[in-house]
Design a protein. Structure first.
Length: 149
């Protein structure tokens, strides 16, 4: 019974450790957004100035220099969660791309993305995330574990 009790205590400890306190997002549920409205908000809020969206034709071309343009969506090693995308929209410095961090050696690590929190509505944020989320596709592994070269 000792291994069973140890396993039960470990499981309880791990589950309890998942809740990170009063600022935890645990249990938070966003209402559904709308893809068509998300596309419109993406243009209206000038996200297209610096972003392309993989697989989406007809968006205005970015106006920033090519080295500052970031394509959203496409094949990725790790899928972006809905929460990842919400965070990227409302707090872009939290998950800044490594290339920008490297460029800012010693400077305050601030995203080049212009803040939109004072002008974007909650509905626009939900719609933009709903528009972007299905654009991410997980890359197939180069080989299965144990079957590689």
């Amino acid at each position: 019974t000792y291994p069973v009790v140890s396993f039960a205590l470990l499981t309880v400890g791990l589950v309890a450790g998942c809740d990170v306190g009063p600022k935890s997002g645990r249990g938070f549920k966003f209402p559904e957004g709308d893809i068509a409205r998300g596309r419109a908000a993406f243009v209206e809020l000038k996200c297209v100035k610096c972003h392309r969206v993989d697989g989406v034709d007809g968006l205005p071309a970015p106006t920033e220099s090519p080295d500052k343009v970031l394509t959203l969506g496409g094949e990725v090693v790790r899928l972006r969660t809905y929460g990842d995308l919400v965070t990227a929209v409302i707090h872009p410095s939290a998950g800044m791309a490594e290339k920008y961090i490297a460029e800012q050696r010693g400077a305050a690590k601030k995203s080049p993305m212009e803040p939109v929190n004072d002008t974007m509505t909650v509905a626009q944020m939900l719609d933009i995330v709903t528009f972007l989320h299905p654009r991410y596709k997980k890359l197939a592994p180069l080989y299965e574990f144990g079957t590689g070269p």
